[in-house]
Design a protein around this ligand. Sequence first.
Ligand SMILES: O=C(O)CCC(=O)C(=O)O
Ligand SMILES: [Fe+2]
Length: 329
Amino acid sequence: MAPISPTPLRVLDGSTVTTLEDIDGPVVIRGLQDEWRARELWTVDHFRHQYGGLRVPVREYPAGSEYEYALSEDGLADFLDYWEKSQADHSLARDRRYLAEWNFVRDCPGLLDDFSIPAIFSDDWIDRLPEQVRFGRMWIFFGEPGCSTGLHCDTFSTSAWLAVLDGSKELRLVTPEAGRALRADDSLWSERTHDEVLRKSAGPLYEVTLRAGDTLYIPGDWYHEVRNPERNLMLTANFVEERKLLSFLAQFETRLTEPLSVLRQARNAQVRAWAGGDGRHDELAREEFRARQLDWVRAMTSDLREYERALLEWDAPGAGATEAPNGAR
Ligand SMILES: O=C(O)CCC(=O)C(=O)O
Ligand SMILES: [Fe+2]
């Protein structure tokens, strides 16, 4: 078989791009970060001094594993100490740590003053959702060599922009059609995947190395895999484009209504227990409901902490007591 020869991504000049509507695949856009003071300000020392005490999510990659990790948490200063001192080589022989998907907006909204969302990405339909169901979708990554993010497409058909501020990142990408033919353990860097799946599938295998100043646009439903050839700093966000709105809503609605149906069942069970006249609460349904809700909430995004708190309060003594037995359905 011929060796894999990926197609390089197109590179556009930011000043020539006014809308995403004419762009139907991933592209690198240069010049979108020119006005950001984050480019100079966001040094390791700045994060350490301003936000060192914060707890941040850290992926722990055990020796030998490029893709599998355990999700953990650490103080930002401790992580940065590790990050600066680590060997930053590609060896998988040791444990490695990757600060990924830090939803900084919640903990340090001041960082939002250090950059502006590029105008072409700023029309985000999530902004139009009711406040209670909006979710965090902007992240900072401190990349570490040898720690990769496996093949995926971003949730709910969201599109993404990925702005590399320092160091470099490598990505391979395939079309939504090609991506749907892939299997869970496939890799866009694997010759086996290439021979068995990609050669027969729709569209090329794209490849790009992003360097400081590059911003990558990934349209919703495009599959991608990410490597960190060296240490890097990336700001990234997901957003919902108008052309993906129906697909987004179909998936998001399901995620919202699933727990609501559990809620309704639990509530109905409780109301039935009251209506039974013995005055006892249905503890089992309440526990099960709470456990399933919390699993769901945690799985979805840590940004739903408010919702989690509301659910815990729902279970507080007296909650629900306003529901009269005759409210049973
Ligand atoms: O940079 C990474 O490791 C992953 C970026 C990405 O694709 C994502 O956050 O969805
Ligand atoms: Fe992604």
